[in-house]
Design a protein around this ligand. Structure first.
Ligand SMILES: Cc1ncc(COP(=O)(O)O)c(C=O)c1O
Ligand SMILES: [Zn+2]
Length: 408
């Protein structure tokens, strides 16, 4: 018989525990978000680092014993996860630190880390007998749902701000999803999607309320830990919008600590644009309240983060920091990252790296420390943003003279 080690859901705010048998998105008692609870003893009895080492599965499904579903999907021809952790000696040297790794999640099937959440969400929805999923998204989660729904034969209904980059909207349609561009902000799209889910009973893939999604995102930490041979880094820099990714990053390390597979949780830093910094503000004021978000990093442009509590917990429990960066610093970071590592990230995805640059200047990272930066989505979906710093040169004539004339 198929089993799962997922035994319940626990409220992040009031701690109420409910059984896994009756899945629900938010706490019955207080309405806050939920954590997935596992039976770590059962996992330890059935799974070990040795066994994991021998597993030839390269996708996130190699971590199935730590995921809240009974089995992996039937069809996994598209690989989600198993992305490279790229060590950059030159960058580490230029920052004067012991080690720097870039977790390149631009390499997921739809081009962003969001695929980790979608892959687990779709499997969970299928196990619940659902055939339609709904997402509100700044673009990447929607593109991800559209992409993996095409792979797994799921109906995808998407609400995204009509201002989302055209490439993302095009990507969604190309995969055959039903797209409703919303004349409003991401927050408006989110509220509409919630109403549609209530009205139809369809499965919600909206970041920030469905606890299953953090579980998919946490696989990035499981991979980082395994790729570093369980030698946990001192710092992890994470770009933050709703707070779901950073919540998942913390949960991954937390689970491994509970299993006794690692000795510590790294400092997890929340990096936001100063045009959209509700979480960073909350970390200094103690109150999470909405901002009027506006930033070039569209994917992390959020008025009121929907996974705020998990994000704040991730930073506080790990002794991390909230770091604000300017849009200019994000664009600089995007270019430096691409030039020095070969990873073309969208602005939001380069925001973690911008946070590292600022931390180096402020001496928050010391010379003997090891750092991982999450790079969460490809820059190819938002060419316009990248063109703020780089200009395509004027055409030359197709002859050697013209080349020589324009050389330097
Ligand atoms: C590329 C990218 N980076 C970071 C984030 C932030 O993730 P979260 O909203 O879970 O904080 C997003 C969210 O859309 C994203 O698309
Ligand atoms: Zn509660």
């Amino acid at each position: 018989m198929e089993t799962t080690n997922y035994i319940g859901l626990k409220c992040v705010s009031c701690g109420e525990l409910s059984s896994a048998e009756h899945f629900h998105y938010t706490c019955h008692a207080c309405g806050e978000n939920l954590d997935v609870v596992y039976d770590y003893s059962a996992i330890s009895r059935m799974w070990s680092k040795d066994e994991l080492f021998k597993n030839s599965e390269r996708s996130i499904w190699r971590y199935l014993p730590l995921l809240p579903v009974f089995s992996q999907p039937f069809n996994t021809t598209i690989q989600v996860g198993g992305t490279p952790l790229i060590q950059s000696e030159p960058l580490a040297q230029s920052f004067g630190i012991k080690g720097l790794w870039l977790k390149d999640d631009t390499r997921n099937p739809s081009g962003s880390l969001k695929d980790r959440a979608t892959e687990v969400g779709i499997q969970h929805a299928k196990e619940m007998g659902q055939e339609t999923m709904v997402a509100a998204s700044t673009g990447n989660a929607a593109a991800s749902l559209a992409c993996l729904s095409a792979q797994h034969d799921m109906e995808a209904v998407i609400f995204a701000p009509s201002s989302a980059p055209e490439a993302k909207l095009t990507q969604i349609l190309q995969y055959g999803a039903k797209l409703f561009p919303v004349d409003g902000s991401y927050d408006d799209a989110f509220d509409l999607s919630t109403k549609v889910v209530e009205d139809t009973g369809w499965y919600s893939r909206s970041t920030g309320i469905n606890p299953i999604l953090s579980e998919g995102k946490k696989t990035v930490s499981l991979e980082i830990a395994e790729q570093l041979n369980w030698q946990i880094p001192d710092h992890v820099f994470v770009p933050v919008g709703d707070g779901c990714i950073i919540g998942g990053v913390y949960k991954g390390f937390y689970d491994l600590l509970k299993l006794g597979w690692i000795e510590k949780i790294p400092k997890i830093h929340a990096v936001q644009s100063n045009g959209s910094s509700a979480i960073v503000n909350a970390l200094s004021t103690g109150t999470l309240s909405a901002v009027n978000a506006s930033t070039i990093a569209d994917s992390i442009s959020v008025d009121l983060p929907r996974d705020g509590l998990k994000a704040i917990r991730a930073v506080k429990e790990s002794n991390g920091a909230g770091i604000n960066v300017s849009d200019d610093a994000i664009l600089d970071a995007q270019h430096v990252l691409a030039k020095s590592s070969g990873i073309f990230a969208e602005p939001a995805a380069a925001t973690g790296f911008a946070g590292l640059v600022k931390s180096i200047h402020q001496e928050l990272v010391s010379a003997d420390e090891r750092v991982v930066v999450l790079v969460t989505g490809t820059g190819l979906k938002d060419i316009k943003a990248a063109q703020n710093l780089i200009k395509i040169p004027a055409a030359i004539s197709p002859n050697l003279e013209s080349f020589k004339e324009h050389w330097n």
